[in-house]
Design a protein around this ligand. Structure first.
Ligand SMILES: [Zn+2]
Length: 160
């Protein structure tokens, strides 16, 4: 049991579990926020369209009417609710758009940060040449060669 606790502790601290948990909590809150936006702002605006009292009510096919006796619902209405489904699609599209904008701005920030870092670093000097051309046979040979391996000519030593 002690070992189990130790392993769990390591997992919780070492891994990105805390980051992940924060992500899940914020994601949940965010979804609730967008859901509220659709339910309280988008749907009422759609309901302003003449003849549409409520999106959920306007777009549905009732398969079986509710049975009401003495003001009490005996059996629930059975319906295909396109309106409710459309609401869910609108919520999803809003979420997708916000996430897209979020990811886009984060990428932009990352890119700017990388460029800033790059600008701070001095540009890498071009690599020193490791070969030279033999003046006699025009072959490419090692920079510090004193005799050409191709034509066997003696070469002036480097620096001369
Ligand atoms: Zn040569």
């Amino acid at each position: 049991m002690k070992k189990f606790m130790k392993e769990f502790k390591e997992f919780a601290i070492k891994g990105n579990m805390i980051d992940m948990a924060i992500g899940v909590i914020i994601g949940g809150a965010f979804t609730a926020l967008v859901g509220a936006f659709t339910a309280n702002i988008v749907n009422p605006l759609l309901a302003l369209i003449p003849g549409v009292n409520s999106l959920d009510e306007a777009l549905k096919i009732v398969l079986k009417e509710a049975v009401v006796e003495d003001g009490a619902v005996v059996s629930e209405e059975v319906a295909i609710k396109f309106g409710a489904f459309l609401s869910a699609i609108i919520t999803f599209l809003i979420l997708a758009l916000i996430i897209f904008l979020l990811v886009k701005s984060i990428n932009k920030m990352r890119k700017a940060e990388e460029e800033r870092k790059k600008a701070a670093e001095p540009p890498a000097e071009p690599a020193a040449p490791t070969t030279k051309i033999c003046p006699f046979c025009k072959s490419e040979i090692a920079i510090d060669a004193t005799r050409c391996p191709h034509c066997t000519s003696e070469l002036p030593s480097a620096g001369e």
